[in-house]
Design a protein around this ligand. Sequence first.
Ligand code: KG4
Ligand code: ZN
Length: 345
Amino acid sequence: MIILGIETSCDETAAAVVLKDKNGVRILSNVVASSATLQAKYGGIIPEQAAREQIKSIIPVIEESLQAAGIRPQDLDAVAVTYGPGLIGSLLVGVETAKTLAIIWHKPLIPINHLLGHFYANWITDTLTHRSTDIPVFPCIGLLVSGGHTDLVLFTNHGKYKYLGGTRDDAAGECFDKCARLLGLPYPGGPQISKLAKEGNPDKFKLPIPMRDSKDLDFSYSGLKAAVARIVDSGQVTGDSEKANLSSSIEETIAESLIEKVVKAIQIYKVEQIIVAGGVAANKKLVDRLQLTVDSMNPKIKLHIPPASLCTDNGAMIASAAFFIDKTISPLDLQANPNLSLQSL
Ligand code: KG4
Ligand code: ZN
């Protein structure tokens, strides 16, 4: 089985050709064009501009993905596409392109929820790292940490899960991005804060760990952003070393708040498999600390985290998801849904 996966939910235009055989899910090509340099210039995403960039890039990116894989359209078994959630203008570019290609190539069309798609980066066999040497086994706890979402679910099978909790306001990635902006750092903020944090001391600025005492499995990050804004406004962050110290506190606090809820979920549901996904899963401090924590809880617990390049938006995770959630749709019936969530599945 060979699937072309198309992803255009935000500011990345991505297409990948992915193969599934007896050895698992393997990437034949994975092309990502990002308009991040434009976003960096304007300090964030301007939806209309992101959609315009998607239109410019979509056909060259798909062509490049087929060429790099050495695959002709007739060799494909299906086309998979992200149909939500995301920015409507960006989503429409991928969805309408995928619908058109499915019709003219006479291929089945598989719509994928972007959030679920993120988790399926963990099923890509040829990029398994030392951290996870094999694919996840059900049941498993899933933590999704992206720019727009922070969700905790309990998977019992492919596409089948119980929603455990989510953010009540900002997402973890959004918090990284907003705090970075307060510190005068460019978009996307996560990697910038992480880079600066390496030089900083997390004990110089004390930040409250959000939702620490709440009994549920929810998250909240708007209070943390407000606390960072108060510190910046008070004039304490004047030079590079203070910026590094505050970055270090921000990174530690976000990582700690995520880990605490994963630990709580493991204790409640007694599972031994954890899958993490989304752009923030590229954060080394988060993944190293989560690994240490679960190892100390129970050495049998397996933590699955994709390599950093597959944590952020890409087409390979969308194609990977399509192998397991094989729900085809007639192209004329598919509509982009910017408000899709994990709760609405
Ligand atoms: O999953 P993703 O690529 O796009 C969405 O679906 O939202 O996630 C993007 C988010 C951004 O907020 C970005 O700042 C964050 O992931 N991010 C990181 C890192 N790399 C990307 N956050 C912390 N540390 C990183 N290394
Ligand atoms: Zn994403």
